[in-house]
Design a protein around this ligand. Structure first.
Ligand code: HEM
Length: 412
């Protein structure tokens, strides 16, 4: 069993070159150090997993816990000791709590329930595209990719239109996973504001319930028969809002960028619209917006890929790397909308925490891409693809663009 390897420092993973194209670094790690000790800025022993089979096994290994309350000491050292917690939700828990929390909202996100939202989502897509300027550069992230999932998840949850930009601003601050004192303070302040906002929204739903998901969950909580506690309710509302928009927005951005950088793939989908489903899977495999799964921590010594991960260590699983593993995918660095077998990618995770919103994300992306490329067949990047600006955040959770300037041209 291997016990030592050269650690990767987070600094190595945070260069501008890495952010632009992390794949060569991940390829080297898969070859030479597939379960690699890291030197993260928070100083807690952490292991990075980069191969597909190891990643898939780790994602469903019950010895790797998601219960961050159980790991409270390490967790506080990383994320600070906020007076409120938005983490009292399914993503940060193990069975049986995880099962209970997920079950309460699961039925809202089944493929059948989501399919019923198709006309509504199509309307939102059409309205956003109507408002986009044509024949001049427009940044498609704020104009289209972000508003679409924000509106969709807000409608589902019951967040009023005038309060959605606040949600977006605060959750952007929460997502800036910096480790400086200032960055931690800004994060804590944003978390406190979000906690206060959702607590107040819950109070309004109690007063005047609507047809939305948060009203239903509030009723469930008030019946107090195995439903949610107040803190779980607020944290679940936050999780759905946060996970329901950032991921999809960055994924739409990545998708548009790669289609415009690979015109033959775009033509294939324009000529065969039924390819849009497989194309979305391929895009999530090829450049998924969730670069690494959320941290797990080892509740006992665990051996993965021949490496011992000691009890108490954190585990970071790179989905981006696993999805480019040549031991799993032929020619993994090729973007090929006709690739067979892509449902096996790990872009939505795996195991009990597999993405709750996957059916919704798939539908939003299919409608967004079909309408965008159908209405603007001559859409083009406003600058060279190689000069695209990717997010630069110190500890990558999201893989996405910082901006996406394009020119929308309705003429073919
Ligand atoms: C393309 C868009 C999306 C991607 C790539 C994505 C990816 C992921 C991944 C990788 C996980 C597992 C994380 C882990 O195991 O650490 C996850 C979990 C989750 N996602 Fe998504 N997601 C997307 C869209 C959405 C949407 C639209 C929602 C809407 C509600 C959503 C809600 C959730 C929730 C609630 C969880 C936690 C599930 C659990 O812990 O059981 N996601 N997602």
């Amino acid at each position: 069993m291997t016990t030592t390897q050269d650690p990767v420092t987070s600094a190595e993973k945070c260069t501008a070159d890495f952010r632009r194209n992390p794949h060569p670094v991940y390829a080297a790690l898969r070859d030479t150090a597939p379960v690699c000790p890291m030197k993260p800025p928070h100083g807690i022993e952490t292991y990075l997993i980069t191969r597909y089979e190891d990643a898939r096994a780790a994602l469903s290994d019950a010895r790797l816990s998601k219960d961050m309350y159980g790991a409270m000491d390490s967790y506080r050292r990383i994320f600070g000791d906020s007076s409120v917690s938005l983490d009292d939700n399914m993503l940060n828990s193990d069975a049986p709590k995880h099962t209970r929390l997920r079950k309460l909202v699961n039925s809202e996100f089944t493929p059948r329930r989501v399919e019923a939202l198709r006309p509504k989502i199509q309307d939102i897509v059409d309205n956003l595209l109507d408002a986009c300027p044509t024949r001049e550069p427009v940044d498609l992230l704020p104009a289209f990719a972000f508003p679409l999932p924000i509106i969709v998840i807000s409608e589902l949850l019951g967040v009023p239109p005038e309060e959605r930009s606040l949600m977006h601003r605060l959750s952007t601050t929460v997502a800036q996973t910096g480790f400086s004192k200032e960055s931690k303070q800004a994060q804590q302040k944003a978390e406190e504001e979000l906690h206060a906002y959702f607590s107040e929204l819950v109070a309004r739903k109690r007063e005047r319930p609507g047809e939305d998901l948060l009203s239903a969950l509030t009723k469930d909580h008030d019946k107090n028969d195995g439903g949610l506690t107040q803190n779980e309710l607020v944290s679940t509302a936050f999780l759905l809002m946060f996970a329901g928009h950032k991921t999809t927005a960055y994924q739409i951005g990545n998708a548009v960028h790669h289609f415009l950088a690979n015109p033959a793939q775009l033509r294939a989908v324009q000529e065969n619209p039924e390819l849009v489903g497989p194309a979305v899977e391929e895009l999530i495999r090829y450049d998924g917006s969730v670069e690494s799964a959320t941290f797990r921590f080892a509740t006992e010594d665990v051996e993965i890929g021949g490496m011992r991960i000691p009890k108490g260590a954190l585990v970071q699983i790179s989905l981006l790397s696993a999805n480019r593993d040549p031991l799993k995918f032929d020619s993994p660095d090729e973007f090929d909308v006709k690739r067979p077998g892509n449902p096996q990618h790990l872009g939505f995770g795996h195991g009990s925490h597999y993405c709750l919103g996957a059916p919704l994300a798939r539908l939003e992306m299919q409608l967004a891409l079909t309408s965008l490329f159908g209405r603007f067949p001559a859409i083009a990047l406003a600058g060279p693809a190689s000069e695209a600006k990717w997010l630069e955040i110190p500890f990558p959770a999201f893989r996405g663009l910082a901006e996406l300037p394009v020119v929308l041209d309705p003429e073919p």
